[in-house]
Design a protein around this ligand. Structure first.
Ligand SMILES: [Zn+2]
Length: 260
């Protein structure tokens, strides 16, 4: 190889690396917990909770160690977001530990969650009352909206928040433990890149809402760890992924237009 060819080869390698870094990756952390990773930054949604019951997968300990040691891809956690206070979505001690390690991370959620946190991190928590729009930085916009929790007969008092993240052009929506209702998708622009839903959203009634919202990809979560992969319902139009075991992840190429 001539020197010129070697230089071109190195430049191509660097170019590939840059492209790879600008992708978005969604990693499974347990139950409905995910991390959105882009370049060297990450946002955690519902990803910090302990063992609760055999039906719910607690936070992946390998990922948790990397988070607490600030190892890639968790070098820089910019936000920790919580849909609601239930123990299969949130653990105050774990959130406090991670928040103390990642001292510049913004904490977002409802007042019910905030009230369960220690005094030292409470001050950093931005709490929504019904709805909230918060810019984490000029590139990341978070929108929270209170939507009813599943099984209102039992959980009417639980404040469950829908989380919308817009990171440059990339848009992800996380429903938390949403009831199947028209209000769940109300006010959302169609065709987000990713929608994270609980497994009961494959019911016929919910499929109508999912098709209406028309996300590019749906991630099904909140799945009993003993369950097998569910086959995609015929009526469901968007692509379906299932987050079922630790290590599950999807990568989204950065071919997004900056129209937000
Ligand atoms: Zn819940």
């Amino acid at each position: 190889m001539t020197i010129k060819k070697i230089i071109i080869f190195i430049l191509l390698l660097i170019g590939n690396e840059t492209n790879a870094q600008s992708d978005y990756e969604i990693r499974y952390l347990g139950n409905m917990g995910i991390a959105i990773i882009h370049n060297d930054s990450a946002i955690i949604i519902d990803g910090l909770h302990d063992y609760y019951d055999k039906y719910y997968l607690p936070t992946d300990t390998t990922a948790l160690q990397a988070i607490l040691q600030k190892k890639m891809p968790y070098k820089n956690i910019v936000a920790i977001v919580i849909t609601h206070k239930h123990s299969d979505h949130f653990d105050s001690l774990l959130v406090t530990n991670v928040a103390n390690t990642h001292a510049s991370a913004i904490l977002l959620g409802g007042n019910q969650t905030k009230s369960l946190l220690g005094i030292n991190v409470k001050g950093r928590f931005i709490a929504a009352t019904d709805s909230l729009l918060h810019m984490i930085n000029p590139n990341i916009r978070m929108t929270l909206k209170k939507i009813p929790h599943i099984n209102p007969a039992r959980h009417a008092a639980i404040e469950n928040y829908r989380i919308e993240v817009v990171w440059n052009g990339f848009r992800l929506i996380h429903f938390g433990d949403a009831e199947i209702l028209p209000v769940t998708i109300q006010g959302l622009k169609q065709a987000p890149n990713v929608l994270v839903v609980p497994d009961w959203y494959l019911e016929n009634k919910a499929i109508l809402y999912l098709n209406q919202l028309n996300p590019k990809k749906i991630i099904l979560s909140h799945i009993d760890p003993a369950a097998k992969k569910i086959s995609k319902p015929e009526k469901l139009k968007p692509e379906l992924y299932q987050f079922l075991v630790y290590g599950d992840k999807i990568k989204i190429k950065n071919d997004l237009k900056r129209n937000d």
